[in-house]
Design a protein around this ligand. Structure first.
Ligand SMILES: NC(=O)c1ccc[n+]([C@@H]2O[C@H](COP(=O)([O-])OP(=O)(O)OC[C@H]3O[C@@H](n4cnc5c(N)ncnc54)[C@H](O)[C@@H]3O)[C@@H](O)[C@H]2O)c1
Length: 192
């Protein structure tokens, strides 16, 4: 894959991913709305790289996304744009619905409209609970959503990315094909 759109590439995880990918030489288009969570300073090491382009924009702007996918002949999307600061969702839930639900839906619709893009699947992180069984309904719901989307789009969507160190066994039982087990591999870490 040589031409990748990263959404939320000015965020905590996205900026590390963009720096890494640009260094590998692939073409990276970073689409970010630059909310309070976005920080272009974290991208200073790559900002003038010839294989890097920053676009300020909203993932909920479906027409813009579609034209960017076509203009840049994007072959893959790594979707990290989100309202990720969960505490804020209590005071201002609208932004969470607009970006995480509507924005992700518009991005996915644009990707599905581009026949040259191979949409691989869906991912989720349930609310944290020490009892892994409490995560099961979220994993099962994502599998059901994937199955329905696969039927309506005619695409197989084979990957389900879900499950972390404490609940990955349940996720695998519910169909996970990719898991994230940082704590199990590296041990507990302090929050940054
Ligand atoms: N940080 C973690 O430990 C962690 C762990 C697991 C999963 N995740 C998930 O990974 C993703 C990225 O996490 P993060 O910590 O980098 O988040 P972050 O809040 O640091 O970054 C989010 C980025 O998205 C951008 N953004 C927000 N709304 C946008 C919109 N409508 N259109 C375009 N850009 C928009 C922001 O400007 C910001 O640069 C999130 O979905 C998060 O839930 C994070």
């Amino acid at each position: 894959m040589n031409r990748i759109l990263v959404t939320g590439g000015a965020g905590f995880i996205g900026s590390a991913l963009v720096r890494h990918l640009v260094a590998t030489g692939v073409r990276i288009v970073n689409l970010d709305r630059l909310t309070y969570a976005g920080n272009l300073a974290s991208l200073a090491p790559v900002e003038s790289a010839p294989n890097y382009r920053f676009v300020r924009g909203d993932i909920a702007d479906g027409a813009r996304i579609l034209s960017l996918l076509r203009e840049e002949r994007i072959e893959g999307i790594m979707h990290l744009a989100a309202e990720s600061h969960v505490d804020r969702s209590i005071d201002g839930p609208a932004a969470f619905v607009e970006t995480n639900v509507l924005g992700t839906f518009r991005l996915l619709s644009a990707a599905l409209a581009c026949i040259h893009l191979d949409v691989r699947g869906l991912m989720t992180v349930p609310p944290y609970d020490e009892d892994p069984e409490r995560s099961r309904p979220y994993f099962a719901a994502l599998r059901e959503l994937r199955d329905r989307l696969a039927r309506s789009s005619g695409r197989p969507l084979p990957e389900l990315s879900m499950g972390m160190s404490h609940d990955f066994a349940v996720a695998v039982e519910e169909g996970a094909t990719e898991i994230r087990v940082g704590t199990a591999l590296f041990g507990a870490r302090e929050a940054p």
